[in-house]
Design a protein around this ligand. Sequence first.
Ligand code: FUL
Length: 582
Amino acid sequence: MKRLVVITMMLCAAMMATAQVETSVSYGPVPSENQLRWQDMEMYAFIHYSLNTYTDQEWGFGNEAPQLFNPSDLDCRQWVRVCKQAGMRGIIFTAKHHCGFCMWPSAYTEYSVKNAPWKNGKGDVVRELADACREEGLRFAVYLSPWDRNHSEYGRPAYVEYFRNQLRELLTNYGDIFEVWFDGANGGDGWYGGANETRRIDAKTYYQWEETFRMIRELQPKAVIWNDGGNRGDLRWVGTEAGYVGETNWSLMPSKGDTPFHMLHFGVENGDVWCPGETNTSIRPGWFYHDTENEHVKSLSKLMDTYYKSVGRNSTLLLNFPIAPNGRIHPNDSLRGIAFAKMIDQVFKNNLVEKATITRNSVGDGKTVTTILDFTQPTIFNRFLAEEDIALGQRVKKFTLEALVDGRWLPLKDELVEHGDGLTTIGHRRIICFPTITATKLRFIITDAKAQPVIKKLGVYLAPELTADIPDSGEKKSSALHLFFSSPRQILIDWDSEQTFTGFRYLPPQDGSDGTVTHYTLWTSSDWVHWTKLASGEFSNIVNNPTWQTIRFPATKGHIIKFDADRLHSGERIGYGDMEFF
Ligand code: FUL
């Protein structure tokens, strides 16, 4: 006989948490405290910056001159502010990339900032960034490339000693480190102290990872280790840098043996260790800055897609922001990053589950669970979210989703899925995207689980439609300024350097009055935090006489302008024929 349990209640998030946790016994491998803390970070930034920034390369050969490193305007606080506003909770910095150039004055090499003209060789980028992160409440972490194309001993035992010495410097002199990132790229050709040759190593044995890991555990017991270089760390690569993990994503891996692509990408259902996937990708095509990529910063819809396919698939998102040669994050990247965070907030700010009545039936051994969300009235939505309490293990194997539309249950499928219907694992967070529907009820059925599921949160949302034109047509650039629609009624314009503004001209759309701004407020800022109002008011008679509108104001310094359309004549988005600043 099957046992039937029925629970009915008005749902609020807190009740949901207690109501569904009927067990506190874990099942299978579970995350460590470090892994749990890391998973809760959800999004954090990569920063790629090195001599490559000045040679327009992705991988330096190891013989690039330290003299190239002389940024005019290096500002780690700008990086941190941008990352923070882009929703990032920490930063992983390329302290040393494959070229071997150290962004801190390592005592073990001359190939570092100490021989660069920047700050007369007295600078330390790692220090400045670690301090800036601490000030702004972001966590800090380091990328130290095991492959070093500069070092003469690379490939021999002496280099491994050198590598560990460098790591010790980074782990002891810069405060708490949340993650240590060891790139998998290994061996091959390089300068190697002038040898100019190809050196091959066995990534599994050469670096003696066990000893290095032991050192990390001792010096930074709260750090997680990422390693795709031949030894299982605390986290795994997801097998691609394109910014997505498999829709089935187990946070489990086998503790031993090789890890082919499918294991990295989908995890391993019966793996014996907890080893969650970290999705790493860059906001641009390259990891390092290249002028030629300024027009190819990922669109907002691409970034949202990346979010759904990483954080929304039981992974974290490690999103790279390259530093431009002047020592700052380029405005195209920062504006896009900020718009990304805003969009995430917008999508998830209103959880429709809070207005629903929930009924939950679990059958038999409790592994099959049906949850019905009754909205009592027709409700419009297009996103579903579920979270397991992963501290107790990852359990759900399969589920279905159905919406009651006009009295009929319609199956919903994940429209971003690459294989099957995609309604498989949940883990820390699963987000399902489907076309906008109007339904009175939503039915979430867990059809297969390893053990009784422990769902700690459910969410139903209405995400704004991201039409293809938002990301790309929102930009207009000249050499001096970068313009971006941060929302349909707000334009942000960022200059490469500080300006003195004295006036503004606005030409309304010339092909109709939709989008014409009739009332506006204009702001400026130098730091994205403090805003000074420059002017606000009405463009008189602009609809009947759609000509240039000129506004003058007292000279004010800043490098960002925010143009708010307080009122539009008609339409939903700001329109303009042209704009000019004095
Ligand atoms: C890769 C490296 O080779 C790239 O240069 C970059 O650092 C990326 C994050 O990892 O494997």
